[in-house]
Design a protein around this ligand. Structure first.
Ligand code: NAI
Length: 255
């Protein structure tokens, strides 16, 4: 059984891996043997810290800056990763953010487009950039980091974000159907409330208390608890999972 979780010889790319869930995922994938490309946008220091943690544990990793909402950036990100580590076997579309809580009357067209691009278009661009090689090699796993918000509409002021994440769940299923015949599996995770910089930015202490009261497990989640599910989805242990979205929320939402 243990060998099914072994990612030795695999190359993984994690977008937005300079903090939070992305960082934990990069570290977890490397811990199971994958060589990891750590993508970041603005937080170079955070990306270097992720890399240092991987190297200290005996793993292999590189750091690459790219804005994953821009096609040209994504193309050069993939080129750099492939040149340094080899063809990508595992893509984790993790980069994402609410950017700002805004209700319908305050939400501008520009903010709407920005949030949809960051949480949804980015996954399309990155998946498209790795798909041909995965299809040709008849191997690969793509994991999209969606959200509980994509199921329940999110907390107030997040329709731009929750709509993007709902779209990402549908994208996961559609792409899974296209790529499964080529031996490439596409799945998603829906984190609930996870202890990352996201909530420092977007959730008040009152909101955090209210969230916790609604979680049967009685606590918010840790990034590593999302990362371990992503590792599972990337591994041969999930060889028959296709188009699935795994809810990771301590029981906050049961479907
Ligand atoms: P985070 O803020 O630590 O991570 C977001 C990452 O995305 C950062 O590393 C940031 O630099 C990166 N990023 C932002 N714009 C980018 C761009 N244009 N190009 C490349 N990278 C970019 O927060 P967290 O929580 O770790 O978020 C990771 C993912 O998990 C996001 O997609 C978020 O929507 C999702 N999520 C988080 C939840 C939580 O409770 N923390 C709940 C549900 C989903």
């Amino acid at each position: 059984m243990k060998e099914k979780f072994d990612l030795s010889g695999k190359v993984a790319l994690v977008t937005g891996a300079s903090s939070g869930i992305g960082r934990a995922t990069a570290i977890a994938l490397a811990g199971c043997g994958a060589a990891v490309c750590i993508n970041y946008h603005r937080n170079e220091r955070g990306a270097e810290e992720t890399r240092a943690a991987i190297i200290a544990a005996g793993g292999r990793a590189m750091v690459a800056r790219a804005d994953v909402t821009r096609r040209a950036d994504v193309r050069s990100l993939i080129e750099r990763a492939v040149a340094e580590l080899g063809p990508i076997d595992i893509l984790v579309n993790n980069a994402g953010s609410l950017i700002e809580r805004l209700r319908i009357l305050e939400l501008t067209e520009e903010r709407w487009d920005e949030v949809i691009a960051l949480n949804l278009k980015s996954a399309f661009l990155c998946s498209q950039a790795v798909a041909a090689s995965m299809m040709e090699r008849r191997t690969g796993a793509i994991i999209n980091v969606a959200s509980i918000a994509g199921r329940n509409g999110g907390a107030l002021g997040s329709i731009h974000y929750s709509t993007a994440k709902g779209g990402l769940i549908a994208f996961t299923k559609g792409l899974a159907k296209e790529l499964a015949p080529y031996g490439v599996r596409v799945n998603a995770v829906n984190p609930g409330v996870i202890d990352t910089p996201y909530h420092e930015q977007f959730s008040t202490p009152e909101m955090m208390r209210a969230y916790t009261n609604n979680i049967p497990l009685g606590r918010i989640g840790h990034p590593a608890e999302v990362a371990s599910v992503i590792v599972f989805l990337a591994s041969d242990a999930a060889s028959y999972l296709v188009g699935e979205t795994v809810e990771i929320n301590g029981g906050m939402l049961m479907l």
